[in-house]
Structure formats: C-alpha cells, structure tokens
Write a protein that binds this ligand. Structure first.
Ligand code: ADP
Ligand code: ASP
Ligand code: MG
Length: 403
C-alpha cells in the first residue's frame, strides 16, 4: 500500500499533472495499491477566496467551505483522466465519496472518522484511487475544510486508516531544510528529522508540512517522506527520534510573519484576571501563544500576548470586552509582528542556547518584544520587517549551513 500526496505546485499545470500521472503508473509496478491525495492546482484556493472577498469579508462559513474545497475536485479528476489517458486505471473520489468525516465546524474542522470501504473496493479493481485533499463532510452531509495546507493531513489520515507505514509527501522543494530554502539560500536539506522537531517547526511557521499531519503521523507511527515531485533526489524522512545521534543544539529556524500582539493595560494585580481573559479566548478556539505579564506600577499590570493575524479581530473584540469588565485602562494592538523560533531536541542538554539566540538578535539590533520557550524550542516576537534578517543571522550563528 502506497499513499502519496501531491501539493499545489506539483499539480499546478496540465503538463505537471501528466508527469505526476506517469510517475504514479511507474510506482504501480512496485506497489499494487496506490492512493493519491491531491491539493488544488497552484493558487486556486487563494483565487477562490479572492472571489468570495469581492462580495463580502464575512461570508457564511458553510458556503465559504463549499467554495474553497472545489479546487481539489478539479485536480483529482484531472489526474484520474491523465492516468486513464496513459492506459492506467484510476478513479477520483471527493472527501464525501472517500468516506472522510469531520467535526461539524467549518474552515478548521478536524477529521474524526474514516470509512474506507469505497476506497478498498476501488483498489481491489486495480484502480489508482485519487482523493481530494483538504475536505471532508460533516454530520449534515455538508462539505467542510480542514485548515489551509490541510491536504498533508488528509494524506496522513488515509495512510493511518489504510495501515500504510509510510506516507510520501511530494512538494516543490526536495525535502525539509534547516530553514525555508527560498529565504536562506544556503539552508541545508535534512536527511531525517524527528516528529517532535518537525511538529514544532510546522506549528511555528514552516509551511512544508501541515502541523496536524505530523501529529497524526507520530500518533500512528507513520513515517513521512518529504520529496520533490520534480526530481528523483532523496528527500527527508520524518520519524521517531530513536537512533538519531543528535549532537547539534538547533535543527531548524523558522518564522511566522502573520502574528500580532494584543496588550491590555492597567489591570489590577489580583487572582483570576489572566484566567478570565484566556479562558474566554480558549472558548472560541483562539490560540494564544506568547504571554507576558509585567508590572506597570504598584498593583497594576500589563498583560500582552500574541495571536495569529487571521483571528486578530475576534481576539481584539473579546479582549476589549474583558478589559471593560475588569475596569482596565485600555487595549492596544501591534499587528506588524513576526515570530522567530529556533527548534532542536539537542538544546535540552546544552545550556546557553537561549542566551546565544538573544545575543545574536541584540547584535543585529533586533528588539525582542516577547519570549516563549519549551523543552525543544525558543520563540521571540520581533518587528515584522526584521524577520528575514533575523532568520539569516540565527541560521548562520547556529551554523546550520554546515550541517
Ligand atoms: P505544497 O503546495 O506542496 O503543499 P507548500 O507551499 O505548502 O507546498 O510547502 C512547501 C514550501 O514550504 C516550500 O516551497 C518552502 O518555501 C516552504 N518552507 C518553509 N520552511 C521550510 C523548510 N524548513 N524546509 C523546506 N521548505 C520550507
Ligand atoms: N488547497 C488547500 C490550500 O491551499 C489545501 C492544501 O494545499 O493543502 O490551503
Ligand atoms: Mg502545503
């Protein structure tokens, strides 16, 4: 059983779809059963969103998903036709036809169940089964989507349900690099990376894999093989850390340039204040990342935290309500923020990694606004316009170009 996922650029034109079809038929000589998951062609999903925005910025979530899920329907059916035209047997299935069931929410629904009976019966007939990534259906038979970049997750969920031990992710770079190779040209391709490091990198902004796909791969012990769809070069294996001799403190650096800081001023220093604010944000599924509470003057605090810009309006509204109920002085927003993070399981046993990061940023005249750490990552909120420079500086300082 082979499960492969081809990303947007990999199916970005008819020529590319034809070459993916040829590649799949080559693979079929080795693996009998092949399930292929596809993204929408090129920028199709962005273009569909632009169409909606020409009408309104607050569309009904149901109709929004009904539209943005359609790009995948086209690429899946085109790929099936391309395989058939080369003499192969293939069928395209939508999320609904493939039995992919999600939660009853839109845009960020999680896949909760899979009924693989249709997929299995098509495979039995010797067909390559081409499945639309990014979409499923909810309890009401309505189409849902699972978050931008979610086709990776569709593929891994299918690999888990079909008991494949590896899921191949074909994309427009030939593996996972020490940082985005489109920004830092001397970034190095990693032969392998642990699930935990990959999960941090993906969650902190490295687009190459959807964070949830890594989480599900780890849970189900499925190896992810990230490769280029344009070359035969060896890619990167994402797997359990066992047997990896990690001597480097840092494995990768990443930025997320879509952050914002919300600050609430003049809140009384008393128990329960932070709990009230952050539980209200959690209720509406707003992910708060870095948090800092600092004393302004006697018994008066400032609380600042970061959110992703796509939820800024909602987060700001809720914070203002809470600020009013706490008699706080006010709420300010800084929406030109980026988050830069260094990630590595090796930093657990090496002191001084954080100090080095702060020093490098300081020498580069890059001001740190907020900091958050975990065992294997350190993140700093900085000015958006210094993000790429910070990435270059940290990549060089931790000698990631020499891996
Ligand atoms: P696909 O359409 O195939 O899903 P994406 O655009 O979602 O592809 O992800 C691939 C992109 O991720 C690359 O083109 C690259 O610019 C970006 N990227 C960011 N960080 C990394 C990294 N550490 N290694 C490789 N690619 C990265
Ligand atoms: N087409 C979707 C997106 O652009 C899903 C994906 O590419 O993984 O977000
Ligand atoms: Mg992607």
């Amino acid at each position: 059983m082979l499960v492969q996922k081809y990303g947007g650029t990999s199916v970005g034109s008819i020529e590319r779809i034809k070459s993916v079809a040829a590649r799949i038929l080559e693979n079929q000589k080795i693996a009998k059963d092949i399930v292929v998951v596809v993204s929408a062609m090129g920028d199709t999903t962005d273009d569909l969103i632009k169409l909606i925005k020409q009408i309104t910025t607050s569309p009904s979530p149901r109709e929004y998903d009904a539209i943005i899920s359609t790009g995948e329907n086209i690429s899946a059916a085109l790929l099936a036709i391309a395989i058939q035209t080369l003499g192969g047997k293939a069928i395209s299935l939508t999320g609904s036809q493939a039995g992919i069931y999600t939660e009853n929410i839109y845009s960020r629904a999680k896949i909760k169940e899979l009924d693989t009976s249709r997929i299995k019966s098509e495979l039995k007939e010797g067909k390559v089964v081409v499945i639309t990534g990014f979409q499923g259906i909810n309890d009401y038979n309505d189409v849902t989507t699972i978050g931008r970049g979610g086709s990776d997750t569709s593929a891994v969920v299918l690999a888990a349900a079909l008991k494949a031990s590896v899921c191949e992710i074909y994309t427009d770079v030939d593996g996972v690099y020490t940082t985005d190779p489109r920004i830092v040209t001397n970034a190095k391709k990693l032969k392998e990376i642990s699930y935990d490091e990959m999960l941090e990198l993906a969650s902190l902004g490295a687009k190459v894999l959807h964070p949830r796909s890594v989480e599900i791969a780890k849970e189900n012990k499925i190896k992810l093989y990230v490769k280029s769809s344009f070359s035969q070069d060896e890619g990167t294996l994402v797997k359990e850390a066992n047997n990896m001799e990690i001597i480097r403190p840092v494995t990768g650096v990443t930025i997320n340039e879509e952050e914002a800081i919300i600050s609430i001023f003049g809140v009384k220093d008393e128990p329960g204040v932070a709990g009230k604010l952050f539980s209200r944000l959690a209720e509406v599924n707003i992910n708060v990342d870095m948090i800092i509470q600092s004393s302004q003057e006697n018994n008066i605090n400032r609380i600042a935290f970061t959110v992703n810009r796509d939820v800024l309006d909602q987060a700001q509204e809720i914070t203002k309500e809470i600020a009013a109920s706490l008699n706080a002085d006010g709420v300010t927003i800084d929406n030109k923020i980026a988050k830069i993070s260094i990630v590595g399981v090796g930093m657990i046993s090496k002191p001084g990694v954080a100090a080095k990061m702060f020093e490098v940023l300081g020498k580069g005249k890059i001001n740190i606004k907020l900091i958050s750490t975990s065992e294997i990552k350190i993140s700093c909120a900085i000015e958006e316009n210094q993000a790429k420079e910070a990435l270059q500086l940290l990549h060089a300082a931790f000698e990631l170009d020499k891996i």
